[in-house]
Write a protein that binds this ligand. Structure first.
Ligand SMILES: *[C@@H]1O[C@H](CO)[C@@H](O)[C@H](O)[C@H]1NC(C)=O
Ligand SMILES: *[C@@H]1O[C@H](CO)[C@@H](O)[C@H](O)[C@H]1NC(C)=O
Length: 361
């Protein structure tokens, strides 16, 4: 009897999902993964996830994770409520019609990354281009400490027309222009500010032609609030060459940080400044807001009733022990371009000397 009990309790430690949830989880065919009843269609995404993690992302919040997040936006935003011939949104057209869609500025440098994604389409035949792109974005960002676990719905049909790449916002846009573009795609100004959280893990590529990896904040490998604070710091110079399209003075040029004109505009415009400021010290709001805005973005132009939920496949991001931004060394509230009338949050200051932002791709 003693032996039987200890064998059972050992088994329940090792296989909790099998014993406790015999009724709730089922094994995917030829796999160690388990799915909920009714979602066996999600099984192919477990295999795809492991493949992407091992081979495309190497489980790392690096360049390919950043590019996957960027492509998930550039594909989906190719949608206009006022003219459906300009694109079908999150349909994978950027992959299927990459020859056309990478002809213009915001997509010019994407072909090498898209070429790395394409083989997964043939390797996983039931996965459409639109599914692959949104899935890669959600899996990619799950490598970044502090990121939310994004919703993932599957079942988008393959793109049948190319998107109009001029629908992608430009780094030189005013806040008003970007808000109007978002509204035309079915998103709000608030969604836009929440989507900017993706720039907390971003590098600018070729905005300054001499800098292929210019971070937009001091922690480009973490989904943290530094970005929302640092964009509000008064601009003092640029990290590389001057007079680049879409670039303005950054608050931390000597450390290598680059600032996009569009980011600067959103942080300071009366329409968006208070939402922006609210994200300086609230990591939960940053996470939840990004998750909700991405849930809308990822299905733009799609018929949600035809999609099925495979969010269980997406893993949790590493935990981040941080709930507010802190002033980088040498910076204080006196350096903030305060743009919202609400009181500015009290923030800690980092000690030490300003140091270059680590170059980690
Ligand atoms: C809708 O978009 C298509 C494709 O870009 C374009 O050819 C057409 O002129 C547009 N229609 C209107 C009414 O603007
Ligand atoms: C989508 O198109 C790609 C490329 O043409 C193809 O490899 C893939 O099998 C298609 N997937 C679906 C689900 O139709």
């Amino acid at each position: 009897m003693f032996t039987l009990i200890s064998v059972l309790s050992l088994a329940s430690l090792l296989l909790p999902h099998v014993l406790a949830g015999r009724n709730s989880f089922l094994r995917c065919p030829n796999s160690d993964h388990y799915h909920k009843p009714g979602s066996e269609k999600c099984c192919k995404f477990y295999a795809l996830r492991d493949d992407l993690q091992d081979n495309l992302f190497t489980n790392h919040c690096g360049d390919n994770a950043r590019l996957a997040v960027r492509v998930s936006f550039h594909d989906a935003i190719g949608y206009s409520k006022s003219n459906h011939s300009r694109g079908h949104g999150a349909d994978g057209s950027i992959l299927i019609f990459s020859d056309i869609e990478t002809q213009i500025f915001p997509n010019l440098f994407l072909p090498p990354f898209l070429d790395q994604l394409k083989p997964y389409l043939t390797k996983y035949p039931g996965v459409s281009a639109g599914d692959l792109i949104q899935f890669a974005g959600a899996v990619g960002i799950s490598n970044c400490p502090g990121a939310p676990r994004l919703q993932f719905l599957a079942g988008r049909p393959n793109a049948t027309i190319h998107g109009d790449p001029t629908l992608i916002p430009s780094p030189a846009n005013s806040a008003e222009t970007m808000i109007a573009r978002m509204n035309d795609a079915g998103l709000t100004a608030e969604d836009l500010v929440h989507l900017m959280a993706s720039h907390s893990i971003a590098h600018a590529k070729n905005v300054d032609p001499t800098l292929n990896h210019a971070p937009l904040d001091s922690t480009p490998n973490k989904f943290d609030n530094q970005y929302f604070l640092e964009i509000l710091l008064r601009g003092t110079g640029v990290p590389g060459t001057t007079k680049n399209f879409g670039e303005v003075n950054s608050g931390m040029p000597a450390q290598g940080e680059l600032r996009l004109q569009s980011d600067s505009n959103l942080a300071r415009n009366p329409l968006t400044a208070c939402k922006w400021q609210s994200l300086v010290d609230d990591h939960e709001a940053m996470k939840d807001g990004y998750k909700d805005a991405m849930a809308k973005l990822a299905v733009l132009g799609q018929d949600v009733d035809d999609l099925y939920d495979c969010s269980d496949v997406i893993q949790k991001a590493p935990f981040l022990r941080s709930c507010a931004a802190s002033y980088p060394p040498g910076k204080t509230f006196a350096d903030v371009d305060k743009s919202c009338s609400a009181p500015f949050p009290e923030l800690r200051s980092q000690r030490g000397q300003p140091t270059p932002i680590p170059q980690d791709y």
